[in-house]
Design a protein around this ligand. Structure first.
Ligand SMILES: Cc1ncc(COP(=O)(O)O)c(C=O)c1O
Length: 426
C-alpha cells in the first residue's frame, strides 16, 4: 500500500475548527515531523493503523501505556468480563481491594495503594501528601523533570501564576550538592523531594540514576523528615517489577505509577509506606472515574502478566537488538547517533544535528516506511515485539538513512523547534 494521509489531513482541518489548536498536549503532532498522522483507527499487538489505513510498528506505545502489546488477549478478556458486570458505579467493585493487595505485595516499600486516572493525578496526590505529612510547604523538584500538566509542573507558562510554584524549589538531577543547596534554601520547610527513575527529559540525552545520589536523596529526606517520592509514571514496570529505585536499593515513601498499569486502560496509582498513611488519610482527594471497575480489572490482568511472564527479558532482548542494529546501520550510512536511557525506553538523537534536520527527516521517512519513531521524546519497547518487528523496522530506518545520506547537504534546518520554544515561553 502506498502511504497517504488524505483522510488525516481532512480530519485535522475539521479538528482545527472545534478543538483548540486542532489538538493539545503531548499527543498533538504539531511538534512531530511534517505529515505525522494525528488520528488512528486501530491498534493491535505491536501495530498501529492511522485513519488512512497506513500500518506502523509503534515505538511510542501510546506514550507508554502499551506494555504487553495493544489489545493483549488476557487484558481484553478481563475488560469484557468486567464491562458486562459494571464499570463506573456508585462505588468501586471488589477488584479495587484485590488490586491494592496485589500492588502492595509487588512493590517493596508499599503498605497501601490509592488509584486515580492519570499520572498527573498521582503526582499531585503525592505532592499534597508530602505537605500533609508534617505541615511543611516546600517541594524539591529536579529542573526539567515532567510530573504532569498541573500548574505546579506544566512546561508551558501560559495561565500559570508565580503563586502556583511559590513553594517549588528546583535542583539538578543526579547532583547531591545542588539538591542540598535547594534544601538549605528551603530552610526547615521541606515537605518532599520528587525523583524520577532516571533522567528522562524530552529533547535530551537520558542518563541513569547514580546509586550514591539516590542513597543521598534518601538520607537527606530522612534528616529533614520529608517524604521521598519516586515518579514512576513513565518508567514503572518497564524497568523492573517494583518501584524503579529498588534497582539501586533505595525505597521511597511514595511512588506514583500510571501509563502501563492497565496496559492502556485509564488507571494510575499512588503506592505508599505506612509512614505516609496518616497524611493521605487526612486529605480529601477523589474523581468521578477513579473507582471505575474496568480499568482495575485490566490492571489486575496486567499485573498478573507482569508477575508471571518473562516480559522484562523480552523488552531487554528487543531493546538491545534494536539499539545495536541501529548503531550499525547509522554508521553504515555515515551518521552517528546517540542512543541513551534504558534499552526498554530508547531515546535516539543524531550527533552533529544542532537544528534537528537529520533527526526530524529520518523519523519522517521511517514513519512513511512503517516505523513510528519520535525525534525528541524517549520511546518505548513493548513485550509483543519480536525480532521480526526489529527486522522490519530496520528496513524502514534503512530507507530513511539512505535518503538522508543522499540529501545530507541540502536539508533545511528544522523549524518546529521555534514553535516549541514559543509555546514554552508563552
Ligand atoms: C514522569 C511522568 N510523570 C507524570 C506524567 C503525567 O502523566 P499523565 O500524562 O498520565 O497525567 C508523565 C506523563 O508523561 C510522566 O512522564
Amino acid at each position: 500500500m502506498v502511504w497517504s494521509n488524505t483522510r488525516d489531513k481532512q480530519l485535522q482541518e475539521r479538528a482545527h475548527q472545534v478543538i483548540p489548536n486542532g489538538m493539545y498536549g503531548h499527543e498533538s503532532v504539531a511538534m512531530m515531523p511534517d505529515d505525522f498522522p494525528q488520528f488512528f483507527a486501530k491498534a493491535e499487538g505491536t501495530r498501529l493503523w492511522d485513519i488512512d489505513g497506513n500500518e506502523y510498528i509503534d515505538y511510542m506505545c501510546a506514550y507508554g501505556p502499551n506494555l504487553m502489546g495493544y489489545a493483549r488477549p488476557e487484558v481484553q478478556s478481563a475488560i469484557v468480563e468486567q464491562l458486562a458486570r459494571g464499570d463506573t458505579m456508585t462505588g468501586p467493585g471488589p477488584g479495587m481491594v484485590e488490586l491494592a493487595e496485589t500492588m502492595v505485595s509487588m512493590v517493596r516499600h508499599a503498605d497501601w495503594a490509592m488509584f486515580c486516572k492519570n499520572g498527573g493525578d498521582a503526582t499531585s496526590i503525592a505532592m499534597v501528601a508530602a505537605r500533609a505529612y508534617r505541615g511543611k510547604k516546600k517541594i524539591l523538584v529536579a529542573r526539567g523533570s515532567y510530573h504532569g500538566s498541573a500548574p505546579w509542573n506544566t512546561p508551558g507558562m501560559s495561565g500559570i501564576v508565580p503563586e502556583d510554584r511559590a513553594h517549588i524549589i528546583y535542583f539538578d538531577y543526579n547532583d547531591l550538592d545542588s539538591l542540598t543547596k535547594a534544601a538549605k534554601f528551603a530552610g526547615d520547610d521541606v515537605a518532599g523531594v520528587f525523583a524520577t527513575p532516571f533522567k528522562h527529559e524530552t529533547f535530551s540525552d537520558q542518563s541513569h540514576v547514580d546509586a550514591d545520589y539516590a542513597r543521598g536523596v534518601r538520607k537527606l529526606c530522612d534528616e529533614l523528615d520529608a517524604l521521598l517520592i519516586v515518579d514512576d509514571v513513565r518508567a514503572g514496570f518497564r524497568l523492573t517489577r517494583g518501584c524503579t529505585w529498588e534497582t539501586v536499593d533505595v525505597d521511597p515513601d511514595i511512588a506514583c505509577f500510571g501509563k502501563v498499569i492497565g496496559n492502556g486502560q485509564p488507571i494510575s496509582a499512588v503506592l505508599g509506606a505506612n509512614k505516609a498513611r496518616k497524611a493521605v488519610e487526612s486529605m480529601f482527594v477523589t474523581g468521578s472515574f477513579w473507582f471505575s471497575a474496568v480499568p482495575m480489572a485490566a490492571a489486575l490482568a496486567t499485573m498478573k502478566l507482569v508477575r508471571e511472564t518473562d516480559y522484562l527479558k523480552q523488552l531487554v532482548t528487543i531493546g538491545t537488538l534494536l539499539r545495536t542494529s541501529l548503531d550499525a546501520q547509522a554508521s553504515q550510512y555515515g551518521f552517528s547517533i546517540r542512543q541513551t536511557g534504558p534499552v526498554q525506553m530508547p531515546q535516539i538523537l543524531f550527533d552533529d544535528d544542532p537544528d534537528w534536520r537529520f533527526g526530524y527527516r529520518w523519523c519522517q521517512l521511517a514513519m512513511k516506511h512503517g516505523a513510528y519513531l519520535s525525534p525528541y521524546h524517549n520511546m518505548f519497547i513493548n513485550a509483543a515485539m519480536t525480532e521480526a518487528d526489529v527486522a522490519k523496522t530496520l528496513e524502514a530506518t534503512g530507507a530513511a538513512f539512505a535518503d538522508l545520506q543522499a540529501n545530507r547537504t541540502t536539508l533545511e534546518p528544522q523549524a518546529k523547534l521555534g514553535v516549541l520554544k514559543r509555546l514554552l515561553a508563552s
